[in-house]
Design a protein around this ligand. Sequence first.
Ligand SMILES: *Cc1c(COP(=O)(O)O)cnc(C)c1O
Length: 405
Amino acid sequence: MYRINENYQKLPASYLFSTIAKKVAAFTQENPDKPLIRLGIGDVTQPIAPAIINAMHQAVDEMSLASSFHGYAPDLGYEFLRSAIVKNDYAPKGCGIQEDEIFISDGAKSDSGNIQELFDINCKIAVTDPVYPVYVDSNVMAGRCGTYQEDSKTWSDIIYLPCVRENGFVPEFPKETPDMIYLCFPNNPTGTTITKTQLQEWVDYANRIGAVIIYDAAYEAYISEPDVAHSIYECEGARTCAIEIRSFSKNAGFTGVRLGFTVVPKELTCGGVSLHGMWARRHGTKYNGAPYIIQRAGEAVYSKEGKAQLKEQIAYYMKNASTIKEGLADAGYEVYGGVNAPYIWLKTPGQMRAWEFFDYLMEQANVVGTPGSGFGPSGEGYFRLTAFGSYENTTAAIERIKHCS
Ligand SMILES: *Cc1c(COP(=O)(O)O)cnc(C)c1O
């Protein structure tokens, strides 16, 4: 008789977005005259830029002719895309990343969930708190996190690195020694980031204790301040301790197109075994490559026109971000993020809990956001608003919030 992977049973149900949906539905039914504005969305809303659409059309046409048809893609991804990545993302910053260290994939969610397979089941993971839930849940599914403690909303075998206003949202080295450290900067959900100097300290720490850093750089394109690293490989020594994961979702609107990549440097070895070799083996066995059409779309992200069009898209979202940030500050809120990321993280007023503030904002301002407690225990007392809406909706939402505070 078969048995299931019991680790799945340990996962608490994910109530966050289903609870939001239920509350929104109930409110809308009772108040048909009060349309809600949603600033809770974690998805882009701008259409794919014209330069990218053109590249996709061309690639579609190529697929229609025997002479230019493409079947299975090469394991690591097409050379044209990997070389564009190196030339644009890594070489100008002196990162020393080579084309054959890049593995093209269908996105950062799968890579950040799958990467844990390379490590022993007894490895101890550390995550920043609040956190993108994929890092935690994928390790729970593998059986790496112990048991869930309902009272503290934490896993017994995870090391939590609180990122709160008291430490400026900069994680501190934990007392206990981790083996795998998940970092994401600029951060989802807090919208904050750390400086290159602070990231260098984490790289030095990881090399000192023999830990691996899994660095999620999904929001790299939103960085506006000069002292923030775009890649962890800008830090000295990162090639021996860090894996970097990137996505085309937030910089180019590929959330429904699907493309990302992971960088595993050749120097990253454990007991003489190359993690690059392991990831190559995994990729070859479990993945058959991102579609040719989509990889051509990815190449167009780095074209001259593509870059110009995407710069505008990001500026559009970041204008929303500063509208939210400044508007809320004017209304007396304590706000964080929104400078190097499309997320604004606000401290709920007084002792208000995150869900209480959700209800308050929906009922009083008719604006929907995301309670911080949905991202981990240190998110309690915080609330996330996103800059991914339209400018019109964003300004209208902020006016409403101002009028009810
Ligand atoms: C949106 C997001 C991603 C992107 O995932 P894709 O699978 O590439 O769409 C990765 N990490 C974080 C933290 C994100 O917020």
